[in-house]
Design a protein around this ligand. Structure first.
Ligand code: F0G
Length: 483
C-alpha cells in the first residue's frame, strides 16, 4: 500500500474538522422516488426535502456551521436599530474585505436588486465574465442587458485551464467601445463563476479587468458569493498568490473593486448578504434603498443570529482548511466519476461536481432539456437531488423559440463540510449505473412555464414513458426491495 506523508498530496481529501451534530437521512424506495419527482413536476426545486436522501441542490444556506458560529448566535443583540450585533458584523466585514463601508441585505439577489435600481437605466449594457440567473433578471427588470465576455475555453467541458472564469480582455474592451462608455453602468466580475461549473478567475486577470475599468472610469463590481472557492484556487494555482496569505489575496481582490457584494448563504456559511465599498459617495447612493427594500441599516433583512454567525464565518474563511475542504472534496468526487467515464466539467471547480448532460445524453436534443432530464433521472436512481444548470435555466428568445444554453449541466453541489466520502462513493456508483443505462433516458417538456426564471417553479413532464422503464430496469438489476 502506498502511504502519504502530507494529506494534501494524498489522492483523497482530509477533513480538518469532526462531526458533532448529525441529521438523520432517509432513502425512499425507488417507486416512491418516481412518485415524488412526478409530483414535483420533474423539477428538483419542487421536491420536498423529506423525500431527498442527499441534498445536492445547492450550497446556498446549507453549509455546515462551526461550533464557534453556533455559539456566537446565542450572543445576538436583538434590536431594530443600532444593535451590537451589527457593529460586530461590520467590524468583521471591514477587516475581512479591507474596505470601510458596509450595507447589509437579506441575501445576494437583494444586493443585485439595489445595484440594478441605482445604476442600471433602460438601454444599458453590463459586461461580465458570465451571467448569473438572478443578476441578469434584475438588470433586465431595469431595462438593461448583459453582455458576456468569457474566454472561448470557458464553455468547453474539458480543459486544463485552471482559470476558466477569466474575463476575455479583448471582448471586454470591444464591448465597452461598441456600446459606448455612457451606456455601461458598471462592469461585473463573478468569482467562482457559477453557471460554467464553479470556475475561478485569476488575480492577474482581475487586476487587468480593474485596470481597464479605471482607464475608462467605469465602476467594477465583484460578485464574491463564491469567493471562498476562488481564494482556494488562487492560493493553489495562481503564481501571483504563492507567497500571499489568504487575507492578503483577499485584500488584493478588494483593491480591484469599487463595490463587492455577496450572498452570505454561500460565503461565510450563514444566511444573509451585503454590499461593501471604499467610496462614501457610492455608499450614500445605495444606502437610501436599504430601509425601503431590506430593513433598517443595522440589519438589512437579516436575523441578528445569522449576522453573528456571518461575522465569525467570514473570519473562518481566512483559514486554508476551511476553503480547501469544498474544492478538494469536489476533486475527489470528480476523479472517481471520471474513472467511470462519466462526462464531467474539468478542471473541477468549486461549489459542486458538474456533470456534462449534453455529453451524457447525446441522444436528447437541447429543446428537450437534457440537463433537466438527467437531474430527474439522478433523483430517481439515487434519491439525491442536483440542479439543472442548462437550457431550462435560460430565457426563451423574444420570438418564443427555445434558447439552447451554451452549457448543459447538472450540478451536484457539495455544501461545505456536509457530506462524507462514503456518500460520494455511493453517488458515483449510481451515476455509473445511470451512465450504462443512459439510452433509457428521454427528454422533458414544460407543462407549466413561468415567464421569469422558469427553472425555479416551472413544471415538466417526461416525453414518453422513459421514467417507468428506468425504474423497471433498476428493479430488474437490483431487486424489487432494493433502495
Ligand atoms: N451570485 C452568485 C454567483 C450566486 O451563486 C448566487 C446564488 C447569487 C448571486 C444570489 O444570491 O441566493 O443569496 O440571493 N446562488 C445560489 C445557487 C442560489 O444555488 O447557486 P442569493
Amino acid at each position: 500500500m502506498q502511504h502519504f506523508a502530507r494529506f494534501q498530496a494524498a489522492p483523497f481529501p482530509m477533513e480538518m474538522h469532526k462531526v458533532r451534530v448529525i441529521q438523520k437521512l432517509t432513502l425512499l424506495p425507488i417507486k416512491e422516488r418516481l412518485a415524488a419527482i412526478v409530483e414535483a413536476g420533474n423539477n428538483t426545486f419542487l421536491l420536498k426535502n423529506r423525500d431527498v436522501f442527499l441534498d445536492m441542490l445547492t450550497d446556498s444556506g446549507t453549509n455546515a456551521m462551526s461550533d464557534r458560529q453556533i455559539a456566537a448566535m446565542s450572543l445576538a443583540d436583538d434590536s431594530y436599530a443600532g444593535s451590537e450585533t451589527f457593529f460586530r458584523l461590520e467590524a468583521s466585514v471591514q477587516d475581512f474585505f479591507g474596505l470601510p463601508f458596509f450595507l447589509p441585505a437579506h441575501q445576494g439577489r437583494a444586493c443585485e436588486h439595489i445595484l440594478a435600481k441605482v445604476f442600471v437605466k433602460p438601454g444599458n449594457v453590463v459586461p461580465m465574465n458570465f451571467h448569473f440567473t438572478t443578476t441578469r433578471a434584475h438588470i433586465m427588470e431595469c431595462g438593461g442587458r448583459v453582455e458576456e465576455c468569457f474566454l472561448d475555453e470557458a464553455i468547453r467541458s474539458e480543459s486544463d485551464n485552471r482559470f476558466k472564469g477569466n474575463m476575455d480582455l479583448h471582448k471586454l474592451e470591444n464591448c465597452i467601445t461598441s456600446v459606448g462608455i455612457d451606456n455601461v453602468p458598471f462592469v461585473r466580475v463573478e468569482l467562482g463563476t457559477n453557471l460554467i461549473g464553479g470556475q475561478p478567475i485569476s488575480l492577474s486577470n482581475l487586476e487587468a479587468v480593474s485596470a481597464i475599468c479605471r482607464k475608462h472610469q467605469l465602476l467594477l463590481v465583484i460578485d464574491s458569493s463564491l469567493l471562498s472557492d476562488n481564494l482556494y484556487f488562487m492560493k493553489m494555482f495562481d503564481p501571483l498568490c504563492e507567497d500571499l496569505s489568504i487575507k492578503e489575496i483577499n485584500h488584493r481582490i478588494s483593491a480591484c473593486a469599487d463595490i463587492i457584494y455577496f450572498s452570505a448563504r454561500k460565503l461565510s456559511s450563514a444566511r444573509g448578504g451585503g454590499l461593501v465599498m471604499r467610496d462614501k459617495l457610492l455608499f450614500d447612493k445605495m444606502k437610501v434603498l436599504i430601509p425601503l427594500y431590506e430593513g433598517f441599516l443595522t440589519y438589512g433583512g437579516m436575523s441578528v443570529r445569522e449576522m453573528e454567525a456571518m461575522a465569525i464565518g467570514l473570519q473562518e474563511t481566512l483559514d486554508f482548511d476551511m476553503i480547501a475542504h469544498g474544492p478538494q472534496f469536489i476533486e475527489a468526487f470528480g476523479n472517481k466519476a471520471k474513472e467511470q467515464n462519466i462526462p464531467v466539467i474539468t478542471p473541477f471547480g468549486g461549489l459542486g461536481l458538474h456533470v456534462d448532460a449534453r455529453a451524457f445524453l447525446e441522444h436528447i436534443p437541447g429543446e428537450q432539456y437534457p440537463a433537466g432530464a438527467l437531474a430527474a433521472a439522478i433523483y430517481i436512481v439515487s434519491g439525491a437531488r442536483g440542479m439543472e444548470r442548462g437550457t431550462i435555466s435560460e430565457n426563451r428568445n423574444p420570438d418564443g423559440s427555445e434558447h439552447v444554453a451554451s452549457m448543459e449541466l447538472v450540478r451536484l453541489a457539495l455544501p461545505r463540510r456536509v457530506f462524507t466520502l462514503s456518500q460520494i462513493t455511493y453517488m458515483v456508483d449510481r451515476l455509473a449505473w445511470l451512465y450504462e443505462n443512459r439510452a433509457l433516458i428521454g427528454g422533458l417538456t414544460f407543462v407549466d412555464e413561468p415567464t421569469i426564471m422558469r427553472f425555479f417553479i416551472g413544471r415538466l413532464a417526461p416525453i414518453g414513458d422513459w421514467q417507468t422503464r428506468l425504474v423497471d430496469k433498476f428493479i430488474a438489476d437490483f431487486g424489487s426491495d432494493a433502495l
